[in-house]
Design a protein around this ligand. Structure first.
Ligand SMILES: C[S@@+](CC[C@H](N)C(=O)[O-])C[C@H]1O[C@@H](n2cnc3c(N)ncnc32)[C@H](O)[C@@H]1O
Length: 248
């Protein structure tokens, strides 16, 4: 019931210069070196202030570096609800080795929990969020997951054919938490959910419902996906839906 990594093997802070990986037998240090290499692919996210927030899911203490300076650098209520659902239903969802893509992953809590539960995870978001996302993923999954999660840029509706060709990329689950709020990209978000769904793909979308536009999006979601309400969390106004793309 502890954090995944001893302090000496923590990945560097996003703003820090890269370090050499030294600890562990060759295979492990290769793994760490390659993860640190992937960290360097992203421009460090520079927020003026950070906090370290503690969560507990799937038997692990998870520490997320957050900053109130970006929507994508704080954990939203939909994320904790989705994590709770994943940990309570991991066997039923068959998460072991499942291929998962998270859209709008933000600081990464959902992707971390899915990784700890055994899934092969790709966490995606806008470019400026990726440094902090990668930092949190590495900090919480190195040496305690079967599959190290990946981080990729995915701007809703943009270059999906080029960046995620259907012949190469197949996902069992698309995860999304609190991606529907007051913004101008709701149609592109829906297009992305539809694009990433292939036969057998399940979308799990958790959202705090606040605005009439949230319900308008739900209406459009239901037009495109066979939709089931899986859970409701009245204390946070979060609803969790399962969607399977309609093929007719
Ligand atoms: C409210 S935050 C939710 C973050 C995280 N899923 C959670 O629940 O804690 C919305 C996320 O969607 C991302 N986002 C917003 N617009 C986007 C777009 N056009 N393309 C890709 N991601 C976007 C933001 O960067 C942010 O990480």
């Amino acid at each position: 019931m502890d954090r995944c990594l001893p302090e000496a093997q923590q990945p560097p802070h996003p703003g820090a210069p890269p370090e050499e990986a030294t600890a562990g037998p060759p295979a492990e240090s290769d793994k760490i070196a390659s993860s640190l290499h992937s960290l360097q692919k992203f421009v460090p996210t520079e927020y003026a202030s950070y906090t370290q927030e503690h969560y507990q899911f799937a038997g692990k203490k998870i520490i997320i570096q957050e900053s109130i300076e970006s929507y994508g650098a704080v954990v939203w209520p939909g994320a904790t609800a989705l994590c709770q659902y994943l940990e309570e239903h991991s066997e039923e969802l068959n998460l072991q080795d499942a291929k998962i893509l998270e859209i709008g992953a933000g600081p990464g809590l959902v992707s971390i929990v899915a990784s700890i539960l055994g899934a092969q995870v790709t966490a995606t978001d806008l470019p400026d969020v990726l440094g902090n996302l990668q930092y949190n993923l590495l900090k919480n999954t190195l040496e305690c997951t079967a599959h190290l999660p990946e981080v990729k840029e995915l701007v809703w509706g943009k270059d999906l054919d080029q960046n995620f060709p259907k012949s190469t990329f197949y996902y069992d689950y698309i995860l999304a938490s609190d991606v529907v709020y007051h913004h101008y990209f709701l149609d592109k978000l829906l297009t992305t959910m539809v694009y990433l769904s292939q036969p057998g793909t399940v979308v799990l979308w958790a959202n705090k419902f606040r605005f009439s536009t949230d319900y308008e999006f739900l209406g459009k979601f239901k037009q495109n996906f066979d939709t089931t309400l899986l859970a409701e969390y009245p204390e946070s106004s979060v609803k969790l839906f399962k969607g399977i793309l309609k093929w007719d």
